[in-house]
Every structure is written in C-alpha cells, then in structure tokens.
Design a protein around this ligand. Structure first.
Ligand SMILES: C[S@@+](CC[C@H](N)C(=O)[O-])C[C@H]1O[C@@H](n2cnc3c(N)ncnc32)[C@H](O)[C@@H]1O
Length: 226
C-alpha cells in the first residue's frame, strides 16, 4: 500500500504505542541475508533491540558493538532479563575502527546507526574487512518489510513531524542522509564493488509518510571479485 495523494487512511490503534519494529527487522535480516554459520554482529547496536531480536530469531550468538558504554550495559542487562545472556556479548567500538579481526563475521547488521557515523565510507570499509568471504552486510535503517502498514504510516507521520519541527536545515540533512544516492555514494566510496541499495526512504520522506527503510547490502567476495 502507498500513501494516497490526499493522505493515507490509517487503520489500527494509531494513537498509542506502535509495535516494536526490531523483530520485523531481524526477520528481514535472516530472510534477505541468510547468514553463513559464524558470528553475527549488530553494529551501532545501542541498547540492543535489533541484536537481541536477531539472537532470538536465529538462535545464534550475536556481538553488539557500539561506542556508547551505557547503551551496551543496558543491552547486557536486557539480554540477561530475556534469557539471552549466553548468546549475546557486547564490545565497545566504532564502525570506523572495528575491534574485530579481519575475515571473522558471518553477518553485520546495522540499523539506524550509519547516519551518525563520523565517516560512513571508512565504516563500510571496516565492515567489509571484518566479514569472512561469503559474509553479508545490511546497513541502513527501517522497520522491516512485514511491519504492519498502519503502524508504518503512523511511524512515518510522527517522525516527519519530529524532523520538521527541528527546522528546515535539519530536515534537509535528514532526507539527504537517507536518500538512495547518498547510500550509493557511500558504497562506491568504500570500494565495495558490487552492492545493492534497497528501499526508498529518501523518496517516501518527501511524501506524507516515511519509514519504508533504506539499506545497503553486500556480500564479501574473494579478493579477485572486488
Ligand atoms: C539511533 S541509535 C540505533 C540503535 C539501534 N541500532 C536500533 O536500531 O535501535 C544509533 C546508534 O549508533 C551508535 N553510533 C554512533 N556513532 C557510531 C559509530 N561511529 N560507530 C558505531 N556506532 C555508532 C550510537 O551510539 C547509537 O547507539
């Protein structure tokens, strides 16, 4: 469903809390990336919402990486409360200098974080470095393709309202960062070779809703493929 010219009709309990998108995002990660055996990484995890959902959905170990120590403590506490302590580990670090050996990760997911990196191109190079051959990355932001449409519309409406209230300059930057051309420039700058940019958040932000998401996805090939 797409927004109508005269504005979307929102069905569902839009006035209150919206469903947590993280389980939907984790399902997409497994569906679209089908990670190899090995380490799963949630980069820029914050308090771990996506990483924990991924640990639960995949039944596998997930390493959460973030420069915010307090957020990582919250993530570890939450993992304990949710019975995931044995499957979730945290490490302090930034995308631009990942505290991981080369060729080690089966998957790197990063949601809602690249927009805050000091240097997205350097961060993407690092993600490529730490992936093992055949490892996959999905870096961007969004709610998950199966997120209920009414909630997607309401999420987008609230977020646009919030971004616009910060002023034209901030709103313009918000849109620029989420535009497919920005993602393509980052991927090319990082020398990723083949990658895809999926989603259309930049364009949907121009409409009366946003939140469809935008992701840069790539697979690490052999050195010759690059
Ligand atoms: C909006 S939060 C997203 C948190 C979580 N991924 C989610 O989906 O809810 C952005 C996160 O990116 C982290 N971050 C900021 N700069 C970063 C960098 N250079 N490298 C990695 N993470 C960074 C912040 O500390 C914060 O936890």
């Amino acid at each position: 469903m797409r927004a109508e010219a005269n504005g979307p009709q929102i069905a569902g309990p839009a006035a209150g809390a919206l469903p947590d998108p993280c389980a939907f995002v984790a399902d997409d990660v497994l569906r679209y990336c089908a990670p190899l055996p090995g380490l799963l990484v949630d980069l820029g995890s914050g308090p771990g919402a996506v990483g924990l959902a991924l640990a639960r959905a995949a039944g596998r170990a997930v390493l959460l990486v973030d420069p915010d120590e307090k957020a990582l403590r919250q993530a570890a506490d939450r993992a304990g409360q949710e019975g995931l302590a044995g499957r979730v580990a945290t490490v302090l670090g930034r995308a631009e200098a990942l505290p991981l050996r080369s060729d080690t990760a089966a998957l790197v997911v990063s949601r809602g974080s690249i927009f805050f990196w000091d240097n997205p191109v350097a961060g993407l190079r690092e993600v490529y470095r730490v992936l093992r051959v055949g490892g996959k990355a999905t870096i961007g932001g969004g709610l998950g393709t199966e997120y209920p449409e009414w909630a997607r519309l309401e999420f987008g409406r609230r977020r646009l309202e919030g971004e616009r209230s910060r002023g034209a300059e901030s709103y313009g930057e918000f849109q620029r960062l989420r535009h497919p051309s920005t993602f393509r420039a980052w991927g090319q700058g990082a020398g990723l070779g083949s990658f895809e940019v999926v989603g259309d958040e930049g364009r949907s932000a121009e409409a009366s809703f946003a939140g469809a998401g935008i992701w840069l996805r790539f697979t690490k090939g052999c050195a010759d493929d690059r």
